[in-house]
Write a protein that binds this ligand. Structure first.
Ligand SMILES: O=C(O)CCC(=O)C(=O)O
Length: 365
């Protein structure tokens, strides 16, 4: 081929590459998913929004009007005035809060997720053909008491989700009154606390999926649209190892934004972002495992920045009304108690995904 025709071909390719149809194909949701999922070569993470890096472009920090909740610090959380809250320029409605949990708080929620929540009557993904009923009824106890290394490994990697409150039906995608158990009080109160602190209004946590991700596992792109109330926000609490989270638009044709989710980070899908496609293409080892910190450090000032501004116009629980398991919370300050959970989280991520199912005033489905 002559030099001239090579140049001509290069010109055509350049035009083709800048053509919007070609670009659109390149940037669809599934392509980003594949890109970040790739095992080898390890993808370039430079476009992943990193809320720990203050040079990250496309994110905007915003302040909370939190005068009224300085006094009511929920155990396990840092005071609301110290929270770092962000919006993403391209993703209206999505709120990111950079780890507002203390190390003890993170340990509390991880322990609830592995020890208590995957217990009867809550529903777990474990297949009755592969595991005895005792494992399905109380997975963590069986996992702890299992002495065979291979069986233990099998039990660990098989556990992928547990559902609370209204149980998500993965086939029909419909909730029903027949598939419902009591929603845990502590998790309901945590979600309500976030809703109030962020001024998102009254919130009633009625369903949750707790996702367990061994390193290397993924969650495919989807929207969460089974709830009757699609206006109420969705709260997503991440613990343990780090994930890359994709959040796109209302169709899979839109290029998603990628963000790092680290232990303690909270994502709120509110307003326009509530029905957007999202996914987890990668779970990887965290650089810093701050949830393992002992003794507990006080990492925020004791006093709020402007105590004079205190006023009480919000209905938040007083110190005695916290619905936490107090004994467990105290145990989470003890390194020995934490040890088996530490081992579990050493190569796993946990995500608690909370939804309000019913519309305000609606009593049942
Ligand atoms: O693990 C996450 O961060 C997201 C989980 C999720 O999207 C879901 O449970 O619907």
């Amino acid at each position: 081929m002559s030099t001239e025709s090579t140049c001509h071909l290069a010109g055509i390719l350049e035009i083709f590459a800048s053509n919007s149809i070609f670009k659109q194909y390149e940037i669809m949701f599934k392509d980003s998913f594949k890109f970040y999922k790739a095992k080898w070569p390890i993808p370039d993470f430079s476009d992943v929004l990193d809320f720990n890096d203050n040079t990250t472009k496309g994110i905007v920090e915003f302040g909370l009007d939190v005068d009224s909740i300085y006094e009511a610090v929920m155990p396990g959380l840092k005071p609301v005035y110290s929270w770092k809250c962000y919006e993403i320029t391209d993703r209206p409605g999505l709120i990111f809060i950079r780890n507002p949990f203390t190390p003890q708080g993170q340990r509390y929620w991880m322990t609830r997720c592995v020890r208590d929540y995957p217990k009867r009557p809550n529903v777990v993904n474990l297949n009755a053909k592969l595991f005895p009923q005792t494992v399905i009824d109380d997975w963590w106890s069986c996992y702890q008491n299992c002495s065979d290394k291979d069986d233990k490994r099998r039990m660990k990697v098989a556990m992928r989700w547990t559902t609370l409150g209204y149980h998500h039906d993965w086939d029909s995608k419909h909730y029903s009154e027949r598939m419902k158990n009591k929603f845990p009080d502590d998790l309901a109160q945590l979600s309500e606390y976030f809703s109030k602190a962020l001024r998102l209004g009254k919130y009633s946590a009625e369903a949750a999926i707790v996702n367990y991700y061994p390193i290397g596992t993924t969650l495919a792109g989807h929207t969460d649209h089974s709830e009757s109330d699609l206006e109420a926000p969705l709260f997503s609490f991440s613990f343990g190892q780090t994930a890359i989270f994709l959040i796109g638009g209302t169709t899979k044709e839109e290029k998603p934004s990628a963000l790092f989710l680290r232990s303690g980070d909270v994502v709120v899908m509110a307003k326009q972002s509530r029905l957007c496609y999202h996914a987890v293409p990668r779970v990887m080892k965290a650089n810093i495992e701050n949830w393992n910190e002992f003794p507990i450090k006080r990492d925020v000032p004791l006093e709020p920045p402007n105590p004079k501004k205190l006023k009480c116009d919000i209905d938040l629980p007083t110190t005695d009304d916290w619905q936490l398991d107090t004994k467990l919370f105290e145990n989470c300050a003890d390194e020995n108690f934490w040890s088996p959970f530490r081992q579990f989280v050493n190569d796993s991520r946990i995500n608690i995904n909370v939804r309000q199912v019913l519309k305000e005033g609606q009593e049942s489905l």
